[in-house]
Write a protein that binds this ligand. Structure first.
Ligand SMILES: C[S@@+](CC[C@H](N)C(=O)[O-])C[C@H]1O[C@@H](n2cnc3c(N)ncnc32)[C@H](O)[C@@H]1O
Length: 271
């Protein structure tokens, strides 16, 4: 069954502001694969569950036309509001019912999204819309992240883990697919030619304010906020205070580095 969690306007606005786009090493893995499979440069790429479009815009240089799709109108409004290349457009539609002709799409991607869909229905739809030799890329970061700043990386990372553990009591059970590094999704992908990578690392420069914004954008935080608003808000305030004290700084604009670990499924339909 599909799961709908990212649909209110406030969440979409936080998403647009604080979620990051795929970084250098992940992009390099993806585009090397697509070049090897001769899918990039190509005609049409569809980024499903595109949210506010961070991942969609990254595809623009490599395809004549890129369409981002999402079930949430609020997310698509945010995506359309951002500056974009002229070959990128957006549609509101479910991942399980994509409005594209049979065999018309070169690439289907889903970033931090495929685990929310109805897996079997989505994969049937992907198989239908892809051209022969068309490709898929399903990627997500998991929660094994490090927060790096001078000599307090271990301490900051420990605080960050503790907060994530606390929030994960509110997680939807679909998150288990991410915790299992997309093994089940990989097993269900009906292509002979497929691979799953679980060790792609990237570095993202951001401020303490950005990392607090990122925590706010997580689906378990949104569920916590709904269930216990005062506790959720004070969790954010306390976390920010702990980060600043540990770093020995007073400004939430202080820059640090987030190190992310990605899962990535790459696959190619037979010709
Ligand atoms: C965690 S966000 C990822 C957004 C973006 N791809 C990114 O990398 O930041 C997941 C997105 O999937 C969308 N979504 C969830 N279920 C969906 C479905 N069944 N069909 C289409 N989109 C869906 C949500 O609305 C949300 O925008």
């Amino acid at each position: 069954m599909a799961t709908r969690l990212f649909e209110d306007r406030a969440h979409a606005a936080i998403y647009q502001k604080y979620r990051f786009s795929p970084q250098e090493n992940l992009q390099s893995v993806i585009f090397s694969y697509l070049e090897e499979k001769r899918v990039s440069p190509g005609q049409l790429a569809v980024d499903v569950g595109c949210g506010s479009g961070q991942s969609t815009r990254m595809l623009a240089k490599h395809f004549e036309k890129v369409v981002g799709t999402d079930i949430s109108e609020a997310q698509i409004e945010e995506a359309r509001r951002a500056p974009q290349p002229p070959n990128v457009s957006y549609l509101v539609c479910p991942a399980e019912d994509l409005p594209f002709e049979d065999g018309s799409v070169d690439l289907v991607t889903a970033f931090a999204a495929v685990h929310w869909f109805d897996g079997p229905r989505f994969l049937r739809e992907v198989d239908r819309v892809l051209k022969p030799s068309g490709c898929v890329v399903f990627s997500s970061y998991n929660r094994h992240m490090q927060l790096c700043y001078k000599d307090c990386t271990d301490e900051l990372t420990e605080i960050f883990r503790e907060i994530q553990d606390q929030l994960f009591t509110f997680r939807n059970e679909k998150i288990k697919l991410v915790e299992n590094d997309y093994q089940e999704i990989f097993d269900s992908l009906p292509f002979q030619e497929k691979q799953r990578m679980t060790d792609i690392f990237d570095k993202i420069p951001l401020s303490v304010a950005d990392i607090i914004g990122y925590i706010q954008s997580l689906s378990p935080y949104r569920l916590y906020l709904e269930a216990q608003p005062e506790e959720a808000k004070s969790l954010l305030q306390n976390t920010e205070r702990r980060f600043l004290e540990t770093m020995g700084v007073s400004s939430r604009d202080t820059q640090l580095e987030l190190r992310t670990k990605h899962i990535c499924i790459l696959g190619c339909k037979s010709s």
